[in-house]
Design a protein around this ligand. Sequence first.
Ligand SMILES: Nc1nc2c(ncn2[C@@H]2O[C@H](COP(=O)(O)OP(=O)(O)OP(=O)(O)O)[C@@H](O)[C@H]2O)c(=O)[nH]1
Length: 420
Amino acid sequence: MLSNDNDSSANGTASSIDVVRKKLLGYVGFANLPNQVHRKSVKKGFEFTAMVVGESGLGKSTLVNTLFNTALYPPKENTEPSNETVQTVEIQSITSDIEENGVKLRLTVVDTPGFGDFVNNEESWKPILDDIESRFDAYLEQENRVNRRKMVDNRIHACIYFIMATGHALKPLDIEFMRRLHTRVNLIPVIAKADTLTEEEVVAFKQRILADIQHHKIQIYQAPTYEYDDEETMAENKEIMSKIPFAVVGSDKEVEINGRRVRGRSYPWGLIEVDNEDHCDFVKLRQMLIRTHMEELKEFTNNILYENYRTEKLQAMGIQQDPSVFKEVNPVQKMEEERMAHEQKLSKMEAEMKTVFQAKVQEKEAKLKQSEEELYARHKEMKEALDRQRLELEEKRRRLESGRPMTPEKSKKKGFSFNK
Ligand SMILES: Nc1nc2c(ncn2[C@@H]2O[C@H](COP(=O)(O)OP(=O)(O)OP(=O)(O)O)[C@@H](O)[C@H]2O)c(=O)[nH]1
C-alpha cells in the first residue's frame, strides 16, 4: 500500500516543484511468497501415499487408523489370516479424503497382506518391489505424454515397515525386504506392538536393529537438515530422528483414566497411552509423517528415488545422455576462464597497438630522416655558396690590399669606381 505525503522539500531548489514522497505502509516483499504457496496448497489440498508392510497381525491397520485418526480400515470380523487361498503377497490400496481445520488430505494407504505369511517367504519382497516400480513406470509414462496437465501421482512416499517386537534382532525376512527396497522407497522402520516389551528391552532392541541396518548397508529415511532452520526446528528434527526405529503402540479405542478419555491399551498392570511420549514413540512417528516431514518424504521420492529409477530405466532402454549437457559449472572455474579470456583479449589488443605504433614511428623516422637529408643538402649547398662568396671576397680584399685595381668590368658591374 502506498500513501501520498505531499510535503514540500525544505531544500530551496525543490521548493518550486511539488515533490511527492511515497511511503510503504504495508509489506510488499517477496518474503510473502511462502504465504502464497501456503494458500495455494491449502486450496489444492495435499496428497500422500503410504505403504504398510509387515507380517500379519502386527497391528498395521490399527496403527494407520490411529495415525490418521480415522476408520480407514473397517473393523475386522475375522482376524485370522486366510493364507490357504492367498499364495502371494497382495497389494491393496485404500484412499480416503481427510479434512482437518479446512486443510484437505487425500490419503492413500497401500497394504500388503500376505507378506511373510508363507512357509517360504524368500520372495515376499518381490511383489512389493514390482508394485513400487510399476507406480514409477506409470508416472514416467505420464511424463512422456504430450499433455501433462493432469498428472496423477500414485508413487509411494513412505513405507512403514513393521518389525516384530521379538527383542532380539532383525529377522532374515526383515533384512531381505529392506535391502531390496531401500533404493526405491523411503523406509521407516517401526517396532510393532512395542507395549509387549519393557522400556529397557525397547532401548536394547532399537540399538540392535540399527546395528543390523548399518551392517547390511540399508538406507533408511534420514530427514535432511537445513542451515536456515531455527534452533527449535533443528532440535525437533533431531529428536524425531533419534527415535527411529519408532516403538509404536496402536489403538483406535479410547479408555478412561482419571476422568480423561485417552487413546490407549488397558492391561491389568496398567494403561499404555498411545499419545503419551513417555509411553511410546507414536507421537514422534505421527509428527514426522504428518506435521514435519510429509513434504520432505514426497520431495525425496520425486527428486532422488524416482529420478534414479528413471535414469536406470531410460539407460536400460538404450537412451544415452550427452554428459556435457549437465556439465556442472564451477563458479570459481568459470570466473578463472573468463579472466583468462579477458587477459588474452587485452594482450592481443596490446600487441596490435604495438605494431601500429611501431609502423607509425618508422614512418615518422623515415620522414624525419628525409627532411634531415634535405636540410643537410641545403645546408651544404648554402655553405658552399658562402665559401665561394668568402673566397671571392678574400680575393677582392687581397687585390685591394696589394693596390691592384679592380677590373673595370667588375667595378662597373658593382657600381663602384676605383681611381687608383
Ligand atoms: N498389544 C498390542 N496389540 C495391538 C497393537 N496394535 C494392534 N493390536 C492388536 O493386534 C491385532 C491385529 O491388529 P491389526 O491392526 O488387525 O493387524 P494387521 O497387521 O493389520 O493384521 P493383518 O490385517 O492380518 O495384516 C488386533 O487384535 C489389535 O487390537 C499394539 O500396538 N499393541
